[in-house]
Design a protein around this ligand. Structure first.
Ligand SMILES: [Zn+2]
Ligand SMILES: [Zn+2]
Length: 65
């Protein structure tokens, strides 16, 4: 199965998987988090706070294996 990022529609780069089983590029997920006031998964709208945490002014993704 070809894995593509639902945000940029390209090939996944530095793939991160969310608890809701969706995969995104790390950069795309960071951008969604910064731009979206709802802070939800772009696909299923599950809350993102569980795996993205802010530290200082940078956004850090908490990886789930
Ligand atoms: Zn992407
Ligand atoms: Zn999702």
């Amino acid at each position: 199965m070809y894995d593509s990022c639902p945000v940029c529609l390209g090939r996944l780069r530095r793939q991160v998987k969310t608890p809701c089983k969706h995969t995104f590029c790390k950069n795309c997920l960071c951008n969604v988090y910064k731009l979206s006031p709802a802070k939800t998964c772009p696909l299923c709208r599950a809350p993102l706070e569980y795996y993205i945490s802010k530290r200082n002014s940078t956004i850090k993704l908490v990886f789930f294996s």
